[in-house]
Design a protein around this ligand. Structure first.
Ligand code: IPE
Ligand code: IPE
Ligand code: MG
Length: 258
């Protein structure tokens, strides 16, 4: 296929499935992209092939969210605990992040995606840090979907960092400890300025948060699917959104019908 044709095919919009109510979509979707290793093992492939395939699932998910009118997508790409994996796997993942970012930034920018990387970025390889800084600056003013990639992200580390920032401001006399409230605290998190996720999807069936967005997920609806991340597709996203639209969100209150 020629480059122009490929671009055209890639830019084809996905219409919102008729089953979905456009007025009741999550505004912010968070995803724990789990099961890449198992996907590869099932096929007799090395684990890292699952990560490579997982990139395609993420690209499709981002495009669908953007086309369907979801305002923000936050994806867990690498946790602070994932350094415990073999050097080979960690190295592969870092190189994959670099390659994919370098390859995709043009299209992301063209699609008006605003990309940010959340986490402790200074521990990432230098080349990746530079690509991240360039991509963030380049897409900063874009008006489309907010795409947050959690890289070397840990919920507890994020909370500790916020506490440290606030304590430092208080110690300098710039902040009255009594003035620290939930809004002020949330403003020190990596997600400052973003609404909390309405829906969390975790693939591969694990029923845990694995240190993801501990503060922000306080009232998110949870959708756990057995689908392995590389197999996550339009049907799987549709199922999650239909599940979400069937939920009654009460936020501690009571239903008017009960
Ligand atoms: C998720 O897939 C991707 C990352 C954590 C980077 P896994 O690599 O955790 O896959 P499983 O859970 O071993 O199948
Ligand atoms: C969570 O998956 C982290 C990412 C998806 C990046 P893990 O596979 O690391 O989580 P655990 O070890 O099963 O809790
Ligand atoms: Mg896993």
């Amino acid at each position: 296929m020629s480059r122009a044709l490929a671009n055209k095919a890639a830019s084809k919009r996905h219409p919102l499935p008729a089953e979905l109510d456009p007025a009741r979509l999550p505004s912010h979707l968070a995803v724990i992209m789990d099961g890449n290793g198992r996907w590869a093992r099932q096929r007799g492939l090395p684990r890292v092939m699952g990560h490579r395939e997982g990139v395609e699932a993420l690209k499709l998910t981002l495009r669908l969210c953007s086309d369907w009118g979801i305002s923000a997508l936050t994806a867990y790409a690498f946790s602070t605990e994932n350094w415990n994996r073999s050097g080979e796997e960690v190295g592969f993942l870092m190189t994959l992040f670099e390659r994919v970012l370098a390859r995709e930034i043009e299209a992301l920018d063209r699609e008006q995606v605003r990309i940010r990387f959340l986490g402790d970025l200074v521990s990432l390889p230098q080349g990746l840090q530079e690509l991240i800084a360039t991509a963030t600056a380049r897409t900063e003013a874009n008006t489309g979907i907010h795409f947050n990639v959690c890289t070397n992200y840990g919920g507890r580390a994020e909370l500790v960092r916020a506490a440290r920032h606030l304590a430092a401001r208080a110690a300098r006399g710039e902040l009255d400890p009594e003035a620290i409230d939930e809004v002020c605290f949330a403003g020190e998190l990596h997600t400052a300025g973003e609404r909390d996720p309405d829906l969390l999807i975790r693939t591969s069936g694990e029923q845990r948060l694995s240190n993801f967005l501990l503060w922000q997920l306080a009232y998110a609806e949870l959708h756990i699917t057995d689908v392995l991340w590389p197999d996550f597709n339009q049907q799987a996203l549709l199922s999650a959104l239909l599940d979400f639209q069937g939920r009654k969100r009460r936020f501690g209150g009571v239903d008017s019908t009960s």
